[in-house]
Design a binder for this molecule. Sequence first.
Ligand code: UDP
Length: 140
Amino acid sequence: MALERTFSIIKPDATRRNLTGAVNSYIEKAGLRIIAQKRILLTKAQAETFYAVHKERPFFGELVEFMISEPIVVQVLQGDDAVAKYREVMGATNPANAAEGTIRKDFALSVGENSAHGSDSLENAAIEIAQFFSGNEIVG
Ligand code: UDP
């Protein structure tokens, strides 16, 4: 197993319902360590850049509006196989398909308002971490 870092977002539907600590407890119970964390309000440009890979998809506009609607919590998570492990802890994108005991099964409201983001590869994790954190904000 490799010690990895992944990028996580606690999305607006979760921060709005005061679920930051609840989501964090799923992360920590899974053995992942929150090594950087801050609460921010995304600008529209930041949200569009972050989700640029989806810009041709029909849900893009709605996704951007959702992501800027309330503050989010951005995080760096560290642990063995952190990228794949956090995807498992989050559950499937659509909460209807998410496994029992996952963040999305337990908290997500819909496929769009699904409480959590986690990087889908180690390469994207590094890119996403660099978009939101400078090196001296991450204490591993
Ligand atoms: N999304 C949506 N409608 C869809 C698919 C995705 O609103 O039909 C949103 C949802 O918030 C999701 C994000 O777009 O988390 C990014 O989609 P992706 O397929 O990358 O899923 P993820 O990696 O977040 O599970």
